[in-house]
Design a protein around this ligand. Structure first.
Ligand code: PLP
Length: 384
């Protein structure tokens, strides 16, 4: 199998990820923060070490503000719904948003009478910044923006957005789902107030893990309440971070795997352009040379993520993905990728797009097989 669905979940993982998970499951097993025996302490120390490692990697001043969730979606929900909303408040997002930002925003829109402006990205930074200046207003309470499109791989100039947000005293929430593990992210230096990410994509950690990291003094109220292993006598949620925003038993085996993945990430050399991005540029270049293939998104050399979106003639994207899977043993993703506004912008709402996304372990040989397969598929449809 050639696995080119890395933007959905990365595969395979560094071997130490599975080893750390098995160790936590079979040798520790105990509940972190819920006891003072040796095994509970060992579980707690995995949790604290993971918070410290994430705050070091992602430039956050306080490890207690590294919060664990089961995926990026849950982290984004906590960030958005954890703010206090009032009728008339305003939010800015982009037309690239995944439903994991769009749906929580649409939900607070209905619940509180908040308005949302979705700015589109034409590929021109100055154009985008101009629209952002036009949209921001005194009632703008949050800018919630994806760092990169999960459909086209286009990268949004988040640092510029952060600096505009600061001038307006408007906090910035960055969805780093497609950039964490591929790009250097340093919240303090980049001016982010909150950042959400999954553990299971570019970071190469396990499914069932996600992080919300908060920098500075943003206040969030919990969207879930319950046991925290602390202040049990009180009927109220503790006010301390992280307990305030983490109720119930944590996913210790998953977090142990995430720690191993982040430790492996820290030791990896990341050039200015990571190797999976260079490989994806070659794929894009190859696809552009096949007559009958339409590619979407930024040009080959633009700042882009290792994601390539394309269609073959006017064939439904699902059909192409099925042929790649069944005839060539190549895994890609088709359809709308949970980002319907992106498809409205690309004019692909009916056909969807085929998305090939690459990761650390993909090889040049695999990409050559993939390009050969697409060429053969185009030839066979053309001969019908
Ligand atoms: C940009 C973006 N945001 C959020 C998500 C949601 O991630 P998760 O499935 O971990 O909740 C994804 C997943 O594809 C994504 O690509």
């Amino acid at each position: 199998m050639i696995y080119l669905d890395q933007a959905a979940s990365s595969h395979p993982k560094p071997p130490e990820v599975g080893e750390a998970m098995l160790y936590a499951l079979n040798e520790i097993g105990a509940n972190p923060g819920r006891g003072s025996h040796k095994l509970a302490n060992e579980a707690s120390s995995i949790i604290s070490k993971t918070r410290e490692t994430a705050s070091r990697i992602f430039g956050c001043s306080d490890p207690k503000k590294v919060l664990f969730y089961q995926n990026a979606t849950a982290a984004l929900n906590q960030a958005i719904k954890g703010l206090s909303w009032y009728k008339g408040d305003h939010v800015i997002a982009t037309t690239f948003e995944h439903n994991s930002i769009r749906r929580p925003l649409e939900s607070i829109k209905k619940q509180y009478g908040v308005s949302v402006t979705y700015i589109s990205w034409s590929g021109e930074e100055s154009d985008f910044v101009h629209r952002l200046w036009q949209s921001i207003r005194p009632e703008t309470k949050l800018i919630a923006i994806t760092h990169a499109s999960n459909v086209t791989g286009a990268v949004i100039p988040v640092e510029k957005i952060a600096s505009i947000g600061k001038q307006h005293d408007t906090p910035l929430l960055v969805d780093a789902s497609q950039t964490a593990g591929h790009k250097t992210l340093h919240m303090k230096e980049m001016g982010f107030d909150m950042m959400a990410m999954p553990g299971h994509k570019g970071l190469l950690g396990p499914q069932g893990t996600g992080l919300l990291i908060v920098e500075g003094d943003i206040d969030l109220h919990p969207i879930n309440h319950g046991g925290t292993g602390s202040y049990s006598e009180s009927p109220d949620q503790p006010s301390q971070w992280p307990e305030k925003l983490e109720s119930g038993t944590l996913n210790t085996p998953g977090i142990a795997g995430l720690l191993a993945a982040m430790q492996s990430y820290e030791t990896r050399y990341m050039g200015d352009v990571p190797r999976e991005t260079i490989l994806s540029q070659k794929v894009l270049k190859g696809l552009k040379q096949i007559e009958g293939v339409t590619c979407y998104g930024p040009e080959v050399q633009a700042d882009r993520m290792p994601i390539v979106a394309f269609n073959v003639l006017d064939v439904p994207s699902q059909e192409i993905a099925m042929v790649l899977d069944s005839h060539y043993d190549i895994a890609v993703r088709s359809g709308l990728h949970c980002s319907p506004l992106t498809h409205e912008m690309l004019n692909t709402a009916d056909q969807g797009v085929v998305r090939a996304s690459l990761g650390l372990y993909n090889t040049e040989e695999e990409t050559e097989h993939f390009l050969q397969a697409v060429q053969e598929i185009v030839d066979s449809y053309r001969s019908l």
